[in-house]
Design a protein around this ligand. Structure first.
Ligand code: NAD
Length: 296
């Protein structure tokens, strides 16, 4: 078997087109354009690139955005005070603190400082909790993008075995929650693997749907998956490559050549989950502006 490609660029384009049309009609009805406030702490080149992609997407769909760049010496208290100002600002609909943040600041403290009604990343415990019990919430953008992708390509999940490799709060764990909910999305039987999992292959080989979000290029090879598996490779790692102009290329967690020989569907890296993440952020920001999830 040679896998078909799950085209994140094409699908993200469709999602963004639909958000752009909704923003246009929202503004035509007399409301101000949605506004996303991005906070970037320090100068991590990958983070700056992600923020650039997000703010360009905002511009593309008619969402206003502003990026506040703070020094990496800022204290946790100062950062939460800045967030508090945006929480109180009526003209700010969504707030996003680009992760990772410097090690002296606890990420969850920062996330909890964001008003959950403006938490368009969907990382606040209020949104995570509501997602876990199937209540309306801001769903985290990467897992929501994965679900959207499976839905668009009519890939059945009900009763399938979904294996998620990686258990972070922002990708692996929420992806597993969404896939396993029996009353809403997913309806899959779900296994979560992480760095303490013994014999990873024992789990990956039985996956009908395999989601890999670790950040280790080549972790999953063709020998670790079964024929016909659907593979969602979330990993994005910069690997030095002097043949490219930038001096690096982006690589996923799967050995694409050997895995795609056995898979029925696979996401490329780049061009798979990454663009979907940005598109779902646009969707969440519009929902925040319309107060669709938390009416006030
Ligand atoms: P993280 O570092 O927070 O978590 C990594 C997870 O992988 C942990 O649960 C850890 O236990 C697990 N792990 C580590 N080694 C393992 C091993 N050998 N076997 C099994 N599990 C192992 O990472 P994250 O923030 O979830 O990101 C994961 C990857 O996804 C990174 O490459 C990141 O850049 C990428 N990412 C991509 C997008 C996107 O939009 N495509 C969004 C977020 C993150």
């Amino acid at each position: 078997m040679s896998a078909s490609i799950l085209d994140g660029v094409m699908l993200a384009g469709k999602v963004r087109e639909s958000v752009a049309a909704d923003v246009k009609s929202w503004v035509e009805r007399g409301y101000r354009a949605p506004k996303l406030q991005v906070i970037l702490v320090g100068e991590n080149p990958a983070s700056s690139a992600y923020v650039g992609a997000k703010t360009r997407a905002c511009e593309d769909v008619g969402i206003e955005s502003d990026t506040l760049i703070l020094p990496d010496t800022i204290s946790e208290i100062e950062l939460t005070e800045v967030i508090g100002d945006f929480n109180r600002d009526e003209a700010t609909d969504g707030i996003l603190v680009q992760l990772p943040i410097p090690a002296h600041i606890t990420p969850l403290s920062v996330i909890e400082a964001i008003d959950y009604r403006k938490d368009v990343d969907g990382f606040h415990p209020m949104n995570v909790g509501r997602m876990s019990v199937g209540q309306p919430c801001f769903r985290p953008c990467t897992p929501a993008g994965i679900i959207e992708m499976l839905r668009h390509y009519s890939i059945p999940t009900k009763g399938k075995h979904a294996v998620v490799v990686g258990a972070s709060n922002i990708v692996g764990s929420p992806a597993a929650i969404l896939l396993s909910r029996e009353n809403t999305t997913g309806k899959a039987t779900t296994t979560i693997c992480h760095k303490f999992t013994k014999d990873l292959t024992k789990h990956t080989i039985s996956a009908d749907i395999l989601i890999v979000a670790v950040g280790q290029p080549g972790l999953v090879t063709g020998q670790m998956v079964k024929e016909g598996v659907v593979v969602i490779d979330v990993g994005i790692t910069r690997v030095a490559d002097h043949t490219t102009e930038r001096g690096y290329r982006l690589t996923g967690d799967c050995d694409f050549d050997s895995v795609s020989e056995k898979a029925s569907w696979i996401t490329p890296v780049p061009g798979g989950v990454g663009p979907m993440t940005v598109a779902m952020l646009m969707k969440n920001t519009l929902l925040a502006a319309k107060k669709s999830i938390y009416p006030r």
